[in-house]
Design a protein around this ligand. Sequence first.
Ligand code: SFD
Ligand code: AMP
Length: 610
Amino acid sequence: MATKTVYEDCDILVVGGGMGGTGAAYEARYWGRDMKIIVAEKANIDRSGAVAQGLYAINCYMGTQWGENNPEDHVLYARNDLMGLVREDLAFDMARHVDSAVHKFEEWGLPFMKSAETGRYLREGKWQIMIHGESFKPIVADAARKSADKIYNRIMVTHLLMDEAQDNRVAGAVGFNCRTGDFHVFRAKAVIVAAGGASHIFKPRSVGEGMGRTWYAPWSSGSAYALSIQAGAKMTQMENRIVLARFKDGYGPVGAYFLHLKTYTQNAYGNEYETTWYEDTKEMVGEYIDHHPTPTCLRNHAFIQEVKAGRGPIYMVTKEAFQDPHLEEVGWENFLGMTVSQAVVWASQDIDPKYTNPELTTSEPYVMGSHATCSGAWCSGPEDLSPEEYFWGYNRMMTVDGLFGAGDAVGGTAHAFSSGSFTEGRLAAKAAVKYVKDLKAENINVTDKQVSDFKEEIYQPLENYKVGRNEIVSGTVSPSYLLPIQGLQRLEKAMDEYVGGTSVNYMTNDKLLERGIELLDIMEEDFEHLGAEDLHQLMRAWELKHRLLTSQSVAQHTLFREETRWPGYYYRGDHMKLDDENWHCLTLSRRDPETREWHMEKAPVYHIVD
Ligand code: SFD
Ligand code: AMP
């Protein structure tokens, strides 16, 4: 088709302008005064990514200036919550820099709540501080806009370009403008992937008219993983999908309620239930159940077991806290500034938490690298901290030369959240600038053929539709193409039933996974026949392909790890116990870009903090 091609040559390309991407753009300018810095973003950075609606808390702040916490404490916290397995070098590195990012947010105009007694940031919990964060995203976007040479909004990046002069070196990225249809070619000396996590790879609890409602942003399409995997980058801990306890139907987060409002849970009959499952959990995971705070997955486990035992629903007891008018206000504002739909669900279902305890639920699994979970790319750590196996020259560089990651894209750094993801963007950008300055990206060669092959591939779904639409047999059913929504539902169903989604109570086993992987492989063939009727559907088609690749990675990792490491996130029915003897390790995968074969291996966990 006749499509305009727009070329942009730059030093640093940031893919995705969310928390990690805006941090990267900001820091790249600081270190790379003369460099050309470009951001390519699928939506509009003012309201893109997981923070689009705003946030009510910054979940990762040490408060070292006031002696509240040290980075070491945060490493221990993340290690504990992830059942022993995080990249402690990356975690420490993020924690030692995160406070300075938070101070920047305040300088840029983000309103923070302050304690009337101490004047310090108001704590929600040990790590969380409270903000009036409805405009959090436009504020960080502004910093990125002032730093980058150019922000390209509405560009869905579909593939990374690879250098043809040197093996395993990135050379930029390609994508298309979701509004104009233009084809965009970014040739770059270094690329920072910060394209967020993945929702909608497992069937959501919300279906039909409510399908778009999920906890993690519905537009988080796994691009960070797919782009990296396609380029041959190694991934880690992709089995560590996360399930969240959330308010029912609106998926409103619970942190502010548990930590600040001091609300608590009970079963349908008004009883505390976590201790009921203590012995059962101990049998599965040993002494991890005695750790404080109780790891997120184990809190989920008790919830899931209690509901399975027939004593659901689980309620959040809000009636007591909401008698205090201040706490009542905080309770509502928490959603109005972050997850409006929860307030709307309550209003529409006659639930006033002052008089009715609202129900909680456990979400479908998501893939991310920044909450109580750490899936993502296997990246180098910083030179002063990382053991040999974790260090190959540049902080946050993946196993592909010149390719860096931040936020959800990076594996091993749990509990980074918004502030930690922004911080990781800064760290990645500093290293990427150094990579360019060290002349590591000299003589990059991208042939016209590589570019034109991608162009043909990217627009194929439009062609499929144009050619096949005359054969429509009924409604939207066509014998020759598949619509993105149909493909998405097929993917979500397979992931749900075979890889441990909600309808099977997060249970899977080797046989289910093997069959699931076969079905995903069939989808890979079928998705060559996706049909897109317009540019929006073309974006949907590529989001789906990225979700599929992310799903394949999750399934392969889940099959590889023969234990139930995180009960409450998922269960391997054939290996129902945590097995520290064989699996106190990180898992790694690499998909060969040529053969599409997956290669799995183990990597050691180094505990660098005592
Ligand atoms: O409590 C492409 N998060 C919270 N963090 C906090 O600090 N406090 C909270 O209160 C938080 N809560 C919360 C959170 C998230 C959500 C959805 C809710 C509540 C309802 C988590 C953070 O938001 C999260 O950790 C970070 O945002 C992760 O940062 P990053 O950069 O990894 O992802 P992003 O911000 O979503 O940005 C991704 C960007 O990439 C774009 N993109 N661009 C080009 N091409 C493609 N193919 C692309 N694919 C994606 C996206 O548009 C986006 O801009 S609480 O519940 O946890
Ligand atoms: P959430 O709102 O569930 O995403 O959680 C926000 C923050 O609060 C994260 O740092 C969570 O780890 C923490 N958190 C949520 N619930 C609890 C809990 N019951 N106990 C301790 N920490 C929690």
